[in-house]
Design a protein around this ligand. Structure first.
Ligand code: HEC
Length: 155
């Protein structure tokens, strides 16, 4: 027992150092994961933007099968995005998400889910659509706009 006390006393600096390192690991990890999550969702939005432009151009050329495949990809990405707005990712790391996302998380999630559903809907209706431009505006570009106007910073 005596030995243990003198060991702790002799090594107090090392013990304190270890204590702080062990304490700092979870905090550093949370920071790291918030950064990764923000970067991941931004990359996914950028990807969806590029895909949307391709959907637009393929559709206007009448290449609907290829366009539909990309619509399904966008739908899946919107679903994935539902998981990329956890509480610890509200600020920092260049996020353009507004606090309103978390103040009104249910409506935000509903809008994201609706955006995903509309892309699936589009794969079913685009063939019969009399005006492809209008269909894309309503079911694809409209989703981006209605969400950004409430939940994304001016950029
Ligand atoms: C339900 C909400 C929602 C929908 C739907 C949505 N966005 Fe966004 N978008 C956001 C938010 C929030 C951000 C900010 C993310 C961040 O910076 O953390 C964002 C960011 C972006 C960015 C910037 C990414 C970056 O690199 O910083 C682009 C580009 C983008 N969106 C395109 C689109 C397009 C195109 C659509 C439609 C096809 C769309 N978004 C649909 C909410 C949405």
């Amino acid at each position: 027992m005596h030995n243990l006390i003198s060991y702790i006393r002799n090594n107090i600096k090392i013990n304190l150092l270890l204590f702080f390192i062990i304490g700092a690991i979870p905090a550093a990890y949370a920071e790291q994961s918030a950064e990764n999550i923000i970067k991941e969702r931004q990359a996914l939005f950028s990807k969806n933007y590029n895909t949307a432009k391709r959907v637009q151009s393929l559709s206007s050329k009448g290449k609907l099968d290829e366009a539909k495949r990309l619509m399904m990809e966008m739908s899946k990405n919107f679903k994935k995005l539902l998981t990329l707005f956890p509480e610890n990712s509200k600020e920092g790391f260049g996020t353009e998400a507004l606090p309103s996302v978390w103040e009104d998380k249910k409506s935000f999630d509903a809008l994201m889910q609706q955006s995903s559903d509309r892309m699936v809907e589009l794969t079913k209706t685009i063939d019969k659509s009399s005006d492809i431009e209008v269909a894309l505006k309503q079911n694809m570009w409209g989703s981006c706009k209605s969400c950004h106007s409430k939940y994304r910073k001016e950029h």
